[in-house]
Design a protein around this ligand. Structure first.
Ligand code: ADP
Ligand code: MG
Length: 340
């Protein structure tokens, strides 16, 4: 995008994000000069959003800017890291000032909330696509991984997974928008959970001190827990009755707009929540109980021995006899190992 490229960067991105003393040189040169704190490990993550793949065509630009950073903040949170510096590679079909202004506003508001500086990037012409690279740090040796869970650990999740997938359903299925006004409020709450996810950065930093393993839930709760268990060479039993459900999703189930089955499917198989799933050794139960009392996380199961690496890693229990878990889980997106 030769014409206007420098003016565009100058106008929308030079001052985006938070100022930081550890940015020796930011936007404007061939590269940024950054000064990591002594005694820390750098954690680097990158995620790309493609229009029509990761967000619906015509999404609000502020939401796209928010999500482009949020998905990366969520990855850093899962590593227990403190975010610091972002690089933004933007591919735009055309220069549309109103869109850029809203995009930069969405990106910058979240960056400032987490004290992230935008230190550089790239701007090119092409189909709408946003790549963000984010750097953060942890005290040396304290990076949280997927691979540390052991049998006996307690399995937990933050927030209320399934909300974002329900919100996306509302965005995509226009007939849902004719629902009654009480339900429209619930649907709009869920839509906001998709458009403006809350990366659990503070929780992740805290978990670095108590959790044995952690993953962020981007592709669906069951599938992402499965990935963490695979990395840890363990299995787990999930208690279906203990899965958290938001008031908004609950209202749709109570009204019969969604069946309990559909809601469970969204919770276990929906994506885009950017919550944290993690394991805590049973010896830290008292510390976990404090966290559970605060209401931001739920205890949903326990890690068990993987009997045979050829068998499924996830088992489920439910107090409802005959609940069709097997069929339910087979239709949960992004997940294909089942033991019911
Ligand atoms: P170069 O040709 O050396 O790659 P560019 O002309 O692409 O440099 O970019 C000039 C400066 O603007 C660089 O510091 C680069 O990091 C920054 N920059 C380019 N695009 C963006 C963007 N979308 N957001 C933030 N900084 C950007
Ligand atoms: Mg250069």
């Amino acid at each position: 995008m030769p014409l206007g490229e420098f003016a565009l960067i100058d106008r929308y991105f030079r001052a985006a994000g938070a100022p930081r003393a550890d940015v020796v040189l930011g936007v404007g040169d061939d590269g940024a000069i950054l000064r990591p704190p002594a005694g820390h490990d750098l954690i680097a993550v990158s995620d790309t959003l493609v229009e029509g793949v990761h967000f619906p065509v015509g999404s609000p630009a502020a939401s796209v800017g928010h999500r482009a950073l949020a998905v990366n903040l969520s990855d850093l949170a899962a590593m227990g890291a403190t975010p610091a510096w972002a690089l933004l590679a933007l591919t735009l079909p055309r220069v549309e000032e109103a869109w850029l202004e809203d995009f930069a506003r969405g990106f910058s508001a979240l960056a400032r909330e987490h004290e992230v500086a935008l230190v550089g990037g790239d701007t090119t012409r092409g189909p709408l696509m946003i790549n963000v690279q984010l750097l953060g740090f942890v005290p040396a040796g304290q990076g949280l991984r997927r691979s540390g869970a052991s049998p006996g650990d307690l399995l937990c999740v933050s927030g209320t997974p399934g909300d974002a997938a329900a919100g996306l359903k509302y965005i995509q299925e226009s007939d849902l928008r004719s629902s009654s006004s009480a339900l429209a409020d619930a649907w709009r709450t869920l839509q906001r959970r998709f458009e403006y996810p809350t990366p659990r950065v503070d929780l992740g930093r805290y978990l670095a001190t108590i959790a044995s393993a952690c993953i962020d839930v981007s592709d669906g709760l069951a599938g992402d827990i499965d990935k963490m268990l695979a990395a840890s060479r363990c299995a787990a039993i999930i208690d279906i009755d203990a899965l958290p459900r938001s008031g908004a999703l609950g209202a749709l189930v109570a009204a019969g707009t969604l069946s309990r089955h559909e809601a469970l499917r969204l919770t276990l198989g929906g994506g885009d929540d950017y919550e944290l799933a993690f394991c805590v050794p049973a010896a830290r139960r008292a510390t976990l109980d404090e966290l559970l009392r605060q209401g931001a996380v739920s205890l949903i199961g326990e890690v068990v021995v993987l009997e045979n690496s050829a068998t499924a890693r996830l088992g489920f229990r439910s107090s409802r006899p005959g609940e069709a878990l097997s069929e339910l889980l087979e239709t949960s997106a992004g997940f294909d190992h089942f033991a019911v």
